[in-house]
Design a protein around this ligand. Structure first.
Ligand SMILES: Cc1ncc(COP(=O)(O)O)c(C=O)c1O
Length: 327
């Protein structure tokens, strides 16, 4: 457990030994810290376009961003809907790359019936207050590649072999390698433990809300006025968030204002990294970024939390459809 997903990602990039000159493939549509965890090591995040249906890294175009300096791929699972892990892992194997999943939104999700955290070298999760399972601020790094377990334990314990000391295997602990204070507090862990006991119920409740939204906007999608999230057959998601893709940024603005007037708070999501100051400074473009440059500006997230009552959701659906018929 770590104090955040951001620190789980930084722990992962530290033990992966990324250096100046190394390149890591990341989706252009992601939270800042996926790429920042690479840039903090002096390495270069290489921005890749996303698929139009899931908004996850476009696995069919990874080759375009590959160079002799590429060391890893860091896919995210947007909205808890898994990236295409078989293609990503096969590509990584072929080119001797690490795969570090940014699974911040994907607690309890699976791909071809395998839990996401079991599919790659490492996977970072978030327990931030906005996530399905949360303790205010918290994170976790799941490690599947045995080569990285001991380096992670040392880095996690501030670069020391304190773990061996507490297990009585050495008389005193000392500095071993680069690390930091990647430990979460006991208080956060205690809170998280109770939340984790409820994981199945929480995810199920969110999925029921998600499914009602998904069904409710099927007709609007058929009329061509919105696009619902793409749902590959072989994934199981956790109902983390529900979004619609609208025809353009102005429609989104108008819809947000309309819904706000009805007392409904909606929000958009990440700015494409290549359009941000930090992205321009620290990243490199791996390919043309057509979907990532466009879709985030048309994306609108609807309210979704376990306490949302059916009557409240019905009102939201009615108001959204009321707006959509005007398009
Ligand atoms: C894809 C992704 N990565 C990383 C993070 C950062 O998580 P944390 O706030 O736990 O550091 C987020 C947070 O929303 C996220 O969506």
């Amino acid at each position: 457990m770590t104090p955040s997903c951001t620190l789980a990602l930084e722990l992962a990039t530290l033990i992966s030994n990324f250096k100046i000159g190394d390149e890591v493939l990341v989706p252009d549509f992601t939270f800042v810290t996926t790429a920042q965890s690479v840039a903090l090591r002096g390495a270069t995040p290489v921005l890749c376009d996303v698929r139009s249906d899931t908004l996850n890294i476009d696995e069919s175009r990874l080759e375009e961003a590959l160079t002799a300096k590429t060391k890893a791929i860091m896919p995210i699972h947007y909205a808890g809907i898994s990236a295409e892990m078989d293609r990503i892992n096969n590509f990584a194997k072929e080119h001797n790359l690490l795969v570090i999943e940014d699974a911040a939104q994907a607690i309890g999700c699976s791909y071809k019936q395998q839990p996401l955290e079991s599919l790659s070298d490492m996977a970072a999760f978030s327990f931030h207050a906005t996530k399905n399972i949360q303790c205010g601020e918290g994170g976790m790094l799941a490690i599947n590649n045995a080569d990285y377990v001991n380096p992670a334990i040392i880095a996690w314990e501030k670069g020391t072999d304190r773990r061996k000391f507490t297990e009585g295997r050495v008389e005193k602990y000392q500095w071993q390698a680069l690390g930091s204070s990647f430990l979460a507090s006991e208080i956060s862990a205690a809170m998280l433990s109770v939340q984790l006991d409820n994981e199945a119920v929480t995810n199920q409740t969110r999925l029921e809300i998600w499914n009602r939204y998904y069904e409710a906007f099927a007709a609007a999608e058929q009329r061509g006025v919105v696009t619902r999230p793409g749902l590959p057959k072989h994934i199981q998601h956790n109902g983390h968030l529900f979004y619609l893709i609208l025809p353009d940024v102005n429609v989104r603005k108008r819809m947000m204002v309309f819904l706000k007037e009805q007392g409904i708070e909606t929000t958009f999501h990440y700015t494409p990294l290549h359009q941000s100051e930090g992205g321009k400074k620290y990243c490199k473009l791996g390919m043309t970024l057509d979907n990532a440059a466009d879709l985030p500006h048309r994306l609108l997230r609807l309210p979704l939390y376990p306490g949302l009552q059916i009557s409240e959701q019905e009102k939201i659906i009615e108001c959204v459809n009321q707006f959509l018929v005007t398009l």
